[in-house]
Structure formats: structure tokens, C-alpha cells
Write a protein that binds this ligand. Structure first.
Ligand SMILES: [Zn+2]
Length: 92
């Protein structure tokens, strides 16, 4: 919460030196700092969710579609449900 005090101090200093025109850059700095802090917090959250993304990728590999080489049937899993052939290629 220290950044609020810092940005408020900067805002006050700018208002002090520049008068009421100083309020414009002061607000800009305040918005900029809060935006930066939000972005940093989101980056931290994104890093925390990295494991979740990895898990999603791992789960996605279970849903690969295969095409049967024998009959051309598209299926998921080990063997073709139509002809029972295990000869298959990955369908991208
Ligand atoms: Zn087949």
C-alpha cells in the first residue's frame, strides 16, 4: 500500500509546484502507477497459473484424434472402433 502514499506525495508535490495544472500530470502518474501495479499483480498471478496451463496441455494430449490407416475412420483412443485395427496415425 506504500505506492499509494508515494503516488499521492508525487501528486501533491506536482500540484504544489505547478498549481492546478499540476493535477493533470498528477492524475496521469496516479493512473500510471495503479496500472503498473495491476499489471505486476496480474503477471504474478499468471506465473502462479503456469502449472495450470501445463496441466491443461497435458490433459489436451489425451484428446488427440487418430485416423485409422486401414479404413480411414477418425477416432480417439487405442484402436479403431470400426475395424479394430491398431494401425493409426495422429490427425492434426
Ligand atoms: Zn478402421
Amino acid at each position: 500500500m506504500a505506492w499509494i502514499m508515494v503516488s499521492l506525495a508525487i501528486s501533491l508535490a506536482l500540484t504544489w509546484f505547478l498549481g492546478w495544472y499540476g493535477i493533470i500530470p498528477a492524475i496521469a502518474i496516479f493512473i500510471g502507477i495503479s496500472y503498473y501495479m495491476r499489471k505486476r499483480a496480474m503477471a504474478r498471478m499468471g506465473m502462479g497459473g503456469g502449472g495450470g496451463f501445463g496441466g491443461m496441455l497435458g490433459g489436451g494430449s489425451g484428446g488427440i484424434n487418430y485416423v485409422c490407416i486401414a479404413c480411414g475412420h477418425r477416432f480417439k483412443g487405442g484402436a479403431c472402433p470400426r475395424c479394430g485395427s491398431k494401425m493409426r496415425r495422429v490427425d492434426f
